[in-house]
Design a protein around this ligand. Structure first.
Ligand SMILES: CC(C)(COP(=O)(O)OP(=O)(O)OC[C@H]1O[C@@H](n2cnc3c(N)ncnc32)[C@H](O)[C@@H]1OP(=O)(O)O)[C@@H](O)C(=O)NCCC(=O)NCCS
Length: 175
């Protein structure tokens, strides 16, 4: 199957919302409380993604991976670092792939495409926040991320540790 990676448009909001919620439910089962995962709403997520994609801030990118039928099977969201207390100027906010497409190199493609977009926009470094209990930490380590921080975050009434992985010198990583 051929998987294309392209910029998202407002028309992708429903597909992204579905991937977002389905991937949360599979990847965070046993980490995030079940009640919280069950309470996630496709309708609410569709509205928030539609609003976001309809008025994208500058230097912010949402990339989607689509299959032969044009179905969104993954997305990545990158732009300004949201956390002022950490140094990197850029951030990959999310990379989410439907479970059945994981482990085939699509995450790596989305990660590199995001780095390219950030570097093209003039970002020099970037970070990613990931739940410490999520095996995706190994993915970011494999992508060359260095552990640069940690914090506690409350999700669904449970206190969870998040780790920050950082990458420096983005321009040299895309040449
Ligand atoms: C994490 C994620 C983006 C990785 O994408 P992927 O397409 O599955 O990963 P790839 O196939 O591109 O793997 C690239 C490398 O990372 C390794 N890797 C990927 N996920 C891994 C995992 N969970 N544990 C250990 N190694 C992993 C692969 O073995 C591969 O190693 P290699 O360089 O030796 O071949 C994807 O699995 C995913 O969406 N997971 C669920 C959601 C999630 O946790 N997202 C991150 C939130 S911050």
């Amino acid at each position: 199957m051929k998987i294309d990676i392209r910029h998202a448009s407002v028309a992708d909001a429903a597909g992204i919302a579905r991937v977002h919620i389905d991937t949360w439910r599979s990847a965070y089962k046993g980490i995030v409380p079940d009640e919280y995962l069950a309470s996630l709403s496709y309708e609410k997520r569709l509205i928030s993604w539609g609003n976001f994609l309809g008025a994208m801030p500058s230097r912010q990118h949402v990339l989607v991976a689509v299959d032969d039928d044009g179905k969104v099977i993954a997305f990545a969201n990158a732009g300004n670092n949201r956390s002022v207390e950490y140094g990197p100027d850029g951030e990959v906010v999310a990379i989410y792939l439907l479970q059945e497409y994981q482990g085939c190199g699509i995450g790596r493609r989305l990660f590199h495409a995001s780095i390219h977009r950030l570097a093209a926009d003039g970002f020099k470094q970037m970070l990613v926040w990931v739940l410490a209990d999520n095996s995706a930490c190994r993915f970011y380590e494999r992508m060359g991320g260095q552990l640069i921080g940690e914090k506690m975050e409350e999700i669904g009434g449970k206190s969870l540790k998040e780790l920050a992985y950082g990458w420096d010198d983005l321009p040299s990583r895309v040449t």
